[in-house]
Design a protein around this ligand. Structure first.
Ligand code: ZN
Ligand code: ZN
Length: 261
């Protein structure tokens, strides 16, 4: 538990957050079916209230594949309108439509609803990790789930096929920094080994700087006539040495494609 009513759960996939209120249970993200079954069992032990709402931060399988476990259990599923479209497109492509539980509610810019003492507000600040990333704020608890808009000290996946945009991702993080405060507890989709899946505004600012350093590095490479293959050979992003390990090619490749347009 992060507070007396809001907690997190993680086994395999993007971090799940949940709210236990007197009006019912709200869950953010669902990992995979097996994981969501474990989560549902665990939450049933802690509350006799109904599952009111499942929110997906975005459509990726490690955040929405477990939706199916909530079929017939949860009253509503909510996601950004683009997230729903992306989920449908991916499911058709992967021939897995029968394994999906799609959102029955969508929104464009912002969405709010009260559950007991808690008020949940969901914001869309434009394309980032995909073109359908929501930030979910439990206002009373002051906990914000960032989904995959925040990879804590880990090189991010940048899903250009689903409308990701690194430069705008920077803007999205700046909007989040303005909206939240020093006391906000943040939940991250993923973290590198040894780092936390929760954190503070400092982590948002550091990841914002990391993305800016990625763009700056690739931009400089392009200006000096480097080919993409040469840029992808980098083992560290100058200015952001805390980001280590696998996957550095993903943001570099995405930044290159974005910059050469
Ligand atoms: Zn993820
Ligand atoms: Zn993702």
């Amino acid at each position: 538990m992060l507070t007396d009513t809001v907690g997190i759960f993680t086994e395999r996939g993007g971090t799940i957050a949940f709210l236990l209120s007197k009006d019912g249970i709200v869950v953010v993200d669902s990992q995979f079916p097996e994981q969501s079954n474990h989560l549902i069992d665990e939450l049933k032990k802690r509350s006799e209230k109904p599952f009111k709402l499942l929110i997906n931060t975005h459509h990726h399988g490690d955040h929405s594949s477990g939706n199916i476990s909530f079929k017939g259990i949860v009253e509503h599923v909510l996601a950004h309108e683009n997230s729903k479209k992306n989920q449908e497109i991916s499911a058709k492509r992967n021939n897995s439509e029968d394994k999906q539980l799609y959102p029955d509610q969508t929104y464009s810019n912002t969405w709010c609803q009260s559950f007991g003492k808690e008020k949940i507000c969901v914001d869309y600040f434009g394309p980032g990790h995909t073109n359908g990333d929501s930030i979910i704020h439990f206002q009373h608890a002051n906990v914000a789930h960032m989904g995959d808009l925040l990879f804590n000290r880990r090189h991010p996946f940048v899903d250009r096929s689903a409308g990701a945009h690194i430069k705008n991702w920077i803007t999205v993080l700046e909007k989040a920094v303005k909206k939240f405060d020093r006391k906000t507890k943040f939940v991250f989709g993923h973290a590198a080994e040894g780092y936390e899946i929760t954190g503070s505004l400092d982590d948002l600012n550091l990841f914002r700087d990391y993305l800016e350093n990625v763009v700056r590095f690739v931009e400089a490479g392009i200006k000096t006539g480097k080919k993409k293959e040469e840029i992808l050979k980098a083992t560290e992003i100058p200015g952001s040495p805390q980001w280590k390990g696998d996957g550095i090619q993903r943001p570099l490749d995405a930044a290159f494609e974005e910059l050469v347009g």
